[in-house]
Design a protein around this ligand. Structure first.
Ligand code: C5P
Length: 242
């Protein structure tokens, strides 16, 4: 430590959330633990993050029962913590585990195995200046429907973006958003609707930037997504498991 006081906290931490039950996937175990061409789905993104030169610390959030006996295949150096009922609770558990250790935090869904090192680099660079999310332009025509499925209208797509993870934040900003959450500002039904982390910033009026996402960075939600992911590996679009 240099003379004159503690060193400024630097470094980048990654929180990987994988504490969900994955009900939409429809298998006996959550999708993040299902085999994807030789490695569990979750192991793919952990490998990328652990090996990335910009990432100093990786925290993995698992359901409390799995966190009590983590899988043997986890890469060395991954810190495991138990998650909560909603995704936002799990993120908070991971962020708290990094408290005071890093200046920048990336939050990644364990259900996205194919995050590339290049995308991690883009998000880390952006997050040094402020919150940042990777996005993809919407190519399809977008309609709004009523409860019966009848078309109500067409939504202009020019400014619509699909949002991915990892999302990056100065640690201080994430701590601030979760502190507001602690104060009971948001109801449980809001917590269920918090499907990403930038939403917390938006609600507080904190600007969120975007960087180019990656079409290969798919999220595995259904069995069909897993089939697509396997086909991508088999076609050589993604480097195979070691
Ligand atoms: O349910 P969904 O697919 O949107 O979840 C996104 C990510 O958040 C998944 O990786 C899931 O495991 C994680 N999650 C969590 N804790 C929860 C709910 C979801 O870590 N309580």
């Amino acid at each position: 430590m240099p003379a004159g006081g503690p060193a400024a906290v630097r470094g980048v931490g990654a929180v990987v959330v994988a504490a969900g039950q994955g009900h939409r996937f429809g298998a006996s175990r959550p999708k993040q633990f299902v085999d994807l061409c030789g490695m569990p789905v979750l192991a793919w993104s952990l490998r990328t993050l652990v090996n990335h030169p910009d990432i100093d610390r990786v925290v993995l959030v698992l359901s409390p029962s799995r966190a009590a006996s983590p899988p043997a295949w986890l890469p060395d150096g991954v810190l495991v913590v138990p998650g909560g009922v909603f995704r936002a609770d799990s993120v908070r558990a991971g962020v708290e585990a990094l408290a005071g250790e890093v200046q920048t935090v990336l939050v990644h869904d364990g259900a996205r195995p194919f995050v590339s090192a290049a995308l991690v680099s883009r998000v880390v660079e952006g997050a040094r200046a402020g919150p940042v999310v990777p996005v993809i332009a919407v190519e399809d025509t977008v309609k709004r429907v009523d409860e019966g499925g009848w078309i109500e209208g067409t939504v202009p797509r020019e400014r619509l973006r699909r949002v991915q993870t990892p999302q990056g934040f100065p640690a201080e900003v994430l701590n601030r958003t979760h502190a507001v959450d602690d104060a009971g500002a948001w109801e449980a039904r809001d917590a269920a609707a918090m499907t990403d982390d930038a939403l917390l910033c938006e609600r507080l009026g904190i600007d969120v930037a975007t960087v180019e996402g990656d079409p290969a960075n798919l999220k595995i939600t259904t069995a069909g997504d897993l089939s697509l992911a396997r086909a991508m590996v088999q076609a050589g679009l993604i480097a195979a498991a070691n």
